[in-house]
Design a protein around this ligand. Structure first.
Ligand SMILES: *Cc1c(COP(=O)(O)O)cnc(C)c1O
Length: 363
């Protein structure tokens, strides 16, 4: 067996150790006589798995007690609708920073459900293809907004908020799909954090919501039962069948993170990888990074040669050499290396060595 280095933006590479453990336990979990996939979500065995997963997530992320952890389905994309349905309920207004496609979808869905006139765009970086994080002018913040939305790490464009906006008493709601568990975050600074699992947490199908308790229980009239956070908070994420296997894999991923030294160690590991790749890009005569300075993502690194044919040649040769899914998002072209937690340092070093060789042959 030879595993490739998978630079996919998501679903993404998982720690080999986790996959092996899952393989070992695939036919029989413990002495239950069955696979986790086959277990009733109402069984004692499964309850222990979901409880352990939540406890580990709380510990690893230092989640305060006044926050609920919800294990949902529907992807981060369903959250774009659930957030306004549940949170745009006092003044009925919200603030948005548009830093890319995902941030824009969170805005559009809120505008669709609650009216564009109630959705304030504080800033946007669309003018330069979202290649930077815009400066935020606090005078444009609505101090009575029901929430302030950001996409913390912009998976497609490779930018991230190095610092969180200070929104005062307005709850900060953040899409952490592509950076959750990559470094420590102060959960108490957020009203709500949400993330699809398939970048840094596990397989697709699981969505994690971390939400301050006082924001639950005031959904707009007509909100479908399944779209109301209260439904899931009141039922321990068991109102209906949760994505049981994804939750189990997240539990294994959290065990792996604990063994690696927690999120502080994870941050160091990720900074090291990003530094290897960015420092090569900054010195290369062929490859150019598309993002500069402090806005650079630690997780998604886009780059171009400036020649579409050469980009295509690079992507094809990379694939032949075992570096897969390195093509940029269809909306931006070029290349993008996603280097989530589970990408080993060796994977990035080998990629850079391959890029150097390609550069020498194609300069
Ligand atoms: C991948 C991604 C999404 C979409 O996630 P789905 O689970 O496919 O709905 C949303 N936001 C960000 C930042 C992402 O990286």
């Amino acid at each position: 067996m030879s595993r490739v280095y998978n630079f996919s933006a998501g679903p993404a590479t998982l720690p080999e150790e986790v996959l092996k453990r899952a393989a070992d336990e695939l036919l029989e979990y413990g002495d239950s006589g069955q696979s986790v996939m086959e277990m009733s979500h109402r069984s004692k065995e499964y309850q222990a798995i979901i409880d352990d997963c939540e406890a580990r997530l709380r510990k690893v992320m230092s989640i305060p007690d006044n926050y609920k952890v919800l294990f949902l389905q529907g992807g981060a994309s369903s959250q774009f609708a659930m957030i306004p349905l549940n949170l745009m309920n006092k003044t009925g207004k919200a603030d948005f920073v548009i830093t890319g496609q995902w941030a824009n979808k969170a805005y559009s869905e809120a505008a669709k459900l609650c009216g564009a006139e109630n959705c304030n765009i504080v800033a946007s970086s669309k003018d330069k293809t979202f290649s930077y994080i815009p400066e935020l002018d606090k005078s444009k913040f609505n101090p009575t907004a029901d929430y302030f939305h950001i996409c913390q790490n912009n998976t497609i464009y490779g930018t991230r908020f190095a610092e969180l906006p200070d929104t005062g008493n307005v709850p900060l709601v953040a899409d952490l799909s592509s950076c959750i568990l990559s470094e420590p975050v102060d959960v108490s600074k957020y009203g709500m954090i949400y993330a699809g699992a398939q970048k840094n947490m596990g397989p697709a199908g699981l969505t994690v919501v971390i939400i301050r308790e006082d924001l639950i229980g005031n959904a707009k009239e007509g909100t479908p039962t399944m779209f109301d956070y209260k439904t899931h908070a009141d039922n321990g994420s068991m109102y209906n069948t949760p994505p049981t296997y994804g939750i189990y894999i997240l539990k294994l991923v959290l065990e792996w993170i604990e063994k690696m030294g927690g999120l502080t160690a994870m941050k160091e590991h990720n900074e090291k990888k990003a530094a290897i790749l960015y420092s090569f890009l900054d010195s290369s005569k062929l490859f150019k990074p598309t993002v500069q300075g402090k806005d650079r993502s630690l997780m998604n690194v886009p780059f171009v040669t400036g020649d579409a044919d050469l980009d295509a040649k690079f992507v094809a040769e990379a694939k032949k050499n075992g570096f897969i899914n390195i093509k940029g998002h269809r909306s931006v072209g070029g290349m993008r290396a996603s280097i989530y937690n589970a990408m080993p340092i060796e994977g990035v070093e080998k990629l850079v060595a391959f890029m150097k060789k390609f550069e020498a042959e194609n300069a």
